[in-house]
Write a protein that binds this ligand. Structure first.
Ligand code: NAP
Length: 489
């Protein structure tokens, strides 16, 4: 483990502006905490509005250089970035585990998924097709896609690497330049990526990073007329704030916000298979995932068998420091995450839910200084309980009984969120009807996964708008220009 900590000495901790590593103007720093141990593992520069404005100017200066570079050369730089991420994946994964907590194997999976997304957009950038449309009087109408200019990107801590690559790769692919504000909990994954961008030969200023005072940096980005787009992943509350702040300068906005995914198990589903898919999905990143199954609807005829088997499976989930071998799930990110889960569970139990396992913070031995929580199953959950409507973002499985298809569709849609949803059945007619009826941006049918580089990721309702991944991911980073072309004058 000592060797892992030594990796930190090579990780940049400054702001990255115009191709240079710089301190915040006042020399201020913020602590980065290991959530498994409570230790301060680094001090990272704490910038604000002034540094953000400097980064915006650097991105503005780099825009004509990057956007006019030959597309093959730009694609080559993106491919090099992907190659370097893959080459350094083991170290990047350990750095992520130190600041975020997830098990190293999951961190490495995230890093490699991020590399895949960069590689995918390195190819897709050569397919940013326009159109020609026949016009009257021998005119030809050209429809072209052009980059927007400077993009402001704000990212969360739960996927500290792939949320960045998922935004930056389509933005760069379309020819934009970027100012990134990552989460203060996980800045080291972000600075490590900046170092890779630099090594891959990205021109100075094409991507800039400002860590620090979120409201000040957010205001600088949203109020700037130079910044033509805000792309944000995080909570619905902050997404709404940034959307409002962006109105004055009429910029494009993409919001990937909270979720409250239903996970529906019909009576014909294979119980053992579904339980292993549910446990894998729920305890991935300790439930701190916007697409995590959050409300588990079980057909009443299989409820008892399902719940009993689920509880035994959950009791096998191994909690621990993500750096240790054999750990399935790590700590939560912060103290307030524990408080939120405790409150949801206390409220549910008070209103009649049955705590089958877990339901408490883990504090013994190696757990003493971290933010660990016992994997939890709550049975008998109803719509009178907070957990039915609030995103949990933790290792809790609330089990809810249903009687028929119409009832469960109504229950699943009874939320302000609309990001991911899942259901399990072998009945084709039901698959067609339920997938059509779920008011969600993404539906997993007999599958617990919805994030792939080639498929559009995003939500509806209060889960936001805009799509990441897929060829649709480029559309959020381009303007459409119409050129009326007449060959004869
Ligand atoms: P958060 O509190 O909204 O923070 C996200 C980012 O926004 C952080 O970098 C944060 O910085 C920044 N921020 C906060 N206030 C700001 C402001 N006034 N101006 C500019 N930036 C501001 O969310 P989180 O707790 O990090 O992430 C968890 C949430 O993200 C969950 O709701 C989850 O569902 C959602 N999420 C959604 C997706 C998706 O694709 N739909 C993916 C992952 C996560 P500070 O921490 O410094 O405030």
């Amino acid at each position: 483990m000592q060797k892992t900590y030594e990796l930190l000495s090579d990780v940049p901790t400054q702001l990255f502006i115009n191709g240079h590593w710089v301190d915040a103007d006042g020399g201020e720093t913020e602590d980065v905490i290991n959530p498994a141990t409570g230790e301060v593992i680094a001090k990272v520069a704490k910038g604000g509005a002034v540094e953000a404005e400097r980064a915006i100017r650097a991105a503005q200066k780099a825009f004509p250089i990057w956007s006019s570079m030959d597309v093959d050369d730009r694609a080559g730089i993106l491919r090099k970035i992907a190659d370097l991420i893959i080459e350094k994946a083991d170290d990047l994964a350990k750095i992520m585990t130190l600041e975020q907590g997830k098990p190293v194997a999951q961190a490495k999976g995230e890093i490699l998924a991020g590399a895949e997304s960069v590689r995918w957009y390195a190819e897709e950038m050569r397919r940013i097709y326009g159109e020609t449309v026949p016009g009257p009087n021998g005119q030809i109408f050209l429809v072209q896609k052009e980059p927007l200019g400077v993009v402001g990107a704000i990212t969360p801590w739960n996927f500290p690497s792939s949320m960045i690559t998922r935004k930056i790769s389509p933005a760069l692919a379309a020819g934009n330049t970027v100012v990134l504000k990552p989460s203060p909990e996980t800045p080291l994954s972000a600075t490590s990526l900046m170092a890779i961008f630099q090594e891959a030969g990205l021109p100075d200023g094409a991507v800039n990073l400002v860590t620090g005072d979120a409201p000040a940096i957010g205001k600088a980005l949203t109020s700037s007329d130079v910044v033509r787009k805000i792309t944000f992943t995080g909570s619905t509350a902050v997404g709404k704030l940034l959307f409002g702040q962006s109105a004055e300068t009429l910029k494009k906005v993409s919001l990937e916000l909270g979720g409250h995914a239903p996970f529906i198990v019909f009576d014909d589903a294979p119980i053992d298979t579904v339980i292993s898919e549910l446990v894998a999905a729920k305890f991935r990143n300790n439930g701190q995932v916007c697409t995590s199954p959050n409300r588990i609807f079980i057909h009443h005829s299989i409820l008892n068998e399902f719940t009993e088997k689920l509880v035994s499976a959950v009791k096998q989930v191994k909690v621990g420091n993500g750096l240790m071998d054999g750990v399935d799930t790590g700590p939560l990110i912060r103290e307030d995450a524990i408080e939120k889960i405790d409150k949801q569970i206390a409220d549910a139990v008070e209103k009649g839910a049955n705590l089958k396992t877990g339901g408490k913070r883990l504090t013994d031995g190696a757990f003493a200084d971290g933010y660990f929580y016992a994997p939890t199953v709550l049975a008998g959950v109803t719509n009178k309980m907070r957990i039915y409507y609030e995103e949990t973002f933790g290792p809790v499985i609330p089990v809810i009984s249903f009687k028929d298809d119409d009832e469960v569709i109504a229950m699943a849609n009874d939320t302000v969120y609309g990001l991911a949803s899942y259901f399990y059945t072998g009945d084709l007619k039901r698959i067609a009807q339920v997938s059509r009826s779920l008011q969600y941006g993404m539906v997993g049918v007999n599958s617990n996964a919805v994030a792939y580089p080639q498929a559009p990721f995003g939500g509806v309702k209060h889960s936001g708008f805009g799509r990441e991944n897929g060829h649709q991911g480029i559309d959020d980073y381009v303007n459409i220009k119409f050129i009326n072309l007449k060959y004869n004058i």
